[in-house]
Design a binder for this molecule. Sequence first.
Ligand SMILES: *[C@@H]1O[C@H](CO)[C@@H](O)[C@H](O)[C@H]1NC(C)=O
Length: 241
Amino acid sequence: MEFLILCFLIFGMSCAAKLPSYITPCHQSDPRLSECILRAMEDVRPHLKGGIPEFQLPSMNPLILPQATLDTGANFKATFKNIEVYYIDEFIFRRVNMDLKNNFVDMVLGFSRLRIKSIYNIQGRLLVLQLNGNGPADGNFTNAEVSVTMRGPRLTKNGKQYFNFNQNKLDLKFGQSSMRFDNLFQNNEELNMQTNRAINENIDSIIEELRPVLTEVIGKFIFGLIGKIFDKFSVEELFPQ
Ligand SMILES: *[C@@H]1O[C@H](CO)[C@@H](O)[C@H](O)[C@H]1NC(C)=O
């Protein structure tokens, strides 16, 4: 608020910077810039649950995604619709390293728990299992660790510089996972149970198979959130001299 008033007094109406009050800008000259960013991001987190209108971010309790598709060629196709991700707002930033000069940031986030529900449609071979079904899917993932690297040249809009991270990478690790696919074999409850048991006995390999979809879902959240902040506020607004 103070910033806004000051901004108004100095620049009059032309000053469009409206950082939400809970985003504390970090100074470019701060020798501990990355630590400052880490703290600033931690202050944003509690606001995610209810959504952040300034960033057009919807409520994240749960986070809803319409669809994600996995297509590994002829052998295996899976579509997940009405994806609901629970507890995604409970992440913590483990490490942030921001390099303003070279336009890149890398960071590690931890998610102590995630639950992903969806409506699946799977056709093909998953490990040794021949599947052809659709219905509700449920998965719990604990102690997930997500490493993210974002880089890209700056962009100039209305005479101001913005970060435009267009080369993004995301790497996922999970602690423990369990998944359930209902209705894999229509009414054959016995076969459903056996197959789900086999899935969970080989959960690490199943996670490997599903990795592209999980990466897409979690990437949408992380790149969406961070991209929206950097898209909306210029380098100078977020990191004053
Ligand atoms: C996920 O966790 C919830 C709550 O602890 C539980 O009710 C549900 O059955 C779990 N789902 C799977 C697939 O493990």
